[in-house]
Design a binder for this molecule. Structure first.
Ligand code: GLU
Length: 527
């Protein structure tokens, strides 16, 4: 049964979603699912100047890729819709009016030039300009606290620009509660009278956010630490409206891998890792930013890694499926201090997930790469290869089962599916070059002669299974008293082109007798 837990992820569509934002969405999702609650997506697009048209789609695509879809949101179960603030515009004005009528807010007509002048003037005297209780009604500032009701009406009717400001209380120690940080107190005299409603007829983030959280019956506000400074105003707004406050949960920042401060896109560019879930093209600059998906990270590994940036289960276990995360997630185990992003650990997670994935699944991911390289894979993929491509395909045919075996033998060395080719090309084509250093060291004067003898041995082997070829070749080496290294290294060089790859006899079994002999002959010729 659905509980009263209702949480929301409320991004502003100003660009691609940073991984910090994905982590916020994830914690909201985990908390909702753990408590049989509802996970809501609300698009906070009241700041028209920063609006980026494709960002909303990017956000939704990212949540879907991460497998953390919202229960309610734009075009989905619109129980309290619309879920886009720009479509709720008219609503906010009414709520601003309520605050004016109850004297919790006031009209202010100060021009931006006037305010800039005051700011500069304060700066020159080493002070910071704050618009609040200490100056709002002293006459220098033009607002409805100093003007008469008629004067205010006249200004508004004359079309003068105005904003609506919150009248923050004087001389009060405000006590607040954060689920992670505990009790927080603030002296209200330090707060400025924030703008709630702008001259362009749009609410600011603060007003729209509170009104919507209330109307959408949000029970817990789970968001990044950067919103902690807004908490006093939000708590005061709830009080001003006479509404119950939701619980507040401010998540720790995700920090740079090296140095101090918040993880930024620049850190990713510098150290070579993505900070976005999906790749993103900035339409204005044409700049393409890398995404985890396109860089070959598995969504479940990415999510597992993100979950650990600020939370831990209190045990040694690190690999958690999404279901396990839901079961184990607890706000009590979210840390207060920032979590350092670790690109190596991120790769480590992917490697762990690689080992866990079954071979058939990985094969599906490898097949398109192989057909791109011109290998003809029989079965399903055959259908997807177009006719004009078939003429350029390599002659060797492989079936899916063969690819599955290849994948099984190399996956433990791979971090990404994109590593597969480098690790397994020799299963599909003979080496054309031979590692120079290894050849010099291992292909001695008598090696070609030994390899000729080996060809004769191999031709006679009937059971070409890995175990049997290993047995027969090793027996021959022992009787001939040649020394294993003198045969095995040149043999590996012949088949692979370098001293790498999985168990040699597995390779022999896979490529078969004829191909093995061909490769040894080719090596003899080229050394
Ligand atoms: N629109 C805000 C953002 O972009 C939402 C902050 C909040 O969750 O209250 O992150």
């Amino acid at each position: 049964m659905e509980s009263n837990v209702r949480v929301r992820f409320a991004p502003s569509p100003t660009g691609p979603l940073h991984i910090g934002g994905v982590r916020t969405a994830l914690y909201n999702y985990l908390f909702a699912k753990k408590n049989n609650g509802t996970f809501i997506l609300r698009i906070e697009d009241t700041d028209q100047t920063r609006y980026v048209p494709n960002a909303e789609k990017y956000i939704i695509d990212s949540l879907n890729w991460c497998n953390i879809p919202f229960d309610e949101g734009p075009n989905k179960n619109e129980k309290f819709g619309p879920y886009k603030q720009s479509e709720r515009k008219d609503l906010y004005k009414q709520y601003a009016a309520i605050l004016i009528n109850s004297s919790w807010a006031y009209y202010a007509f100060d021009t931006s030039e006037d305010l800039d002048f005051l700011r500069k003037d304060h700066e020159e005297n080493g002070k910071t300009f704050i618009y609040n209780w200490h100056n709002r009604a002293k006459g220098k500032l033009i607002n409805s606290l100093v003007l008469t009701a008629d004067e205010v009406k006249a200004k508004i009717n004359a079309g003068e620009n105005y904003v609506i400001r919150f009248k923050s209380p004087q001389d009060e120690v405000l006590e607040m509660e954060d689920e992670i940080r505990g009790k927080i107190t603030i002296d209200t005299n330090t707060l400025d009278d924030k703008i709630l409603f702008k001259s362009d007829g749009m609410p600011t983030y603060h007003l729209a956010n509170i009104v919507d959280d209330h109307l959408m019956e949000i029970s817990h506000v789970i968001r990044g630490e950067e919103w902690l400074p807004s908490m006093p105003l939000h708590v005061l707004l709830y009080r001003a409206f006479g509404w119950n406050t939701p619980k507040f949960v401010h998540l720790p920042l995700i920090l740079k891998p090296v140095g101090k401060g918040k993880l930024s896109k620049r850190d990713g560019d510098k150290l070579g890792f993505p900070v976005f879930p999906l790749s993103y093209t900035n339409k204005e600059t044409d700049e393409i930013s890398k995404g985890y998906k396109e860089e070959g990270y598995f969504a479940d590994s990415f999510i597992n890694m993100l979950a650990f940036l600020g939370w831990n289960p209190g045990t040694e276990q690190e690999i958690f499926s999404l279901d396990e995360l839901v079961k184990s997630f607890d706000l009590k185990r979210v840390s207060k201090s920032g979590a350092k992003f670790n690109p190596d650990k991120t790769k480590w997670f992917n490697q762990q997930y690689m080992q866990q994935k079954n071979d058939a699944e990985l094969t599906d991911l490898y097949l398109p790469i192989l057909s791109e390289k011109g290998f003809f894979i029989e079965s399903e993929t055959k259908k997807s290869v177009s006719n004009d491509k078939i003429t350029s395909l390599k002659t060797a045919r492989y079936d899916e089962l063969y690819v599955q075996k290849v994948v099984a033998s190399i996956k433990e060395r791979a971090i990404f599916v994109a590593d597969f080719w480098e690790l397994s090309s020799f299963f599909f084509e003979a080496p054309t070059t031979f590692d120079e250093k290894a050849s010099k060291k291992n292909w001695k004067e008598n090696t070609s002669e030994i390899m000729h003898q080996l060809i004769a041995v191999i031709s006679k082997i009937e059971d070409f299974s890995s175990a049997n070829t290993e047995k027969e070749i090793k027996e021959w080496i022992t009787t001939k008293e040649i020394g294993f290294g003198q045969v095995m290294q040149p043999l590996r060089l012949s088949l692979v082109g370098a001293l790498k790859g999985p168990h040699l006899f597995d390779i022999i079994e896979m490529i078969g007798k004829e191909e093995s002999i061909k490769r040894i002959e080719n090596a003899i010729k080229n050394m």
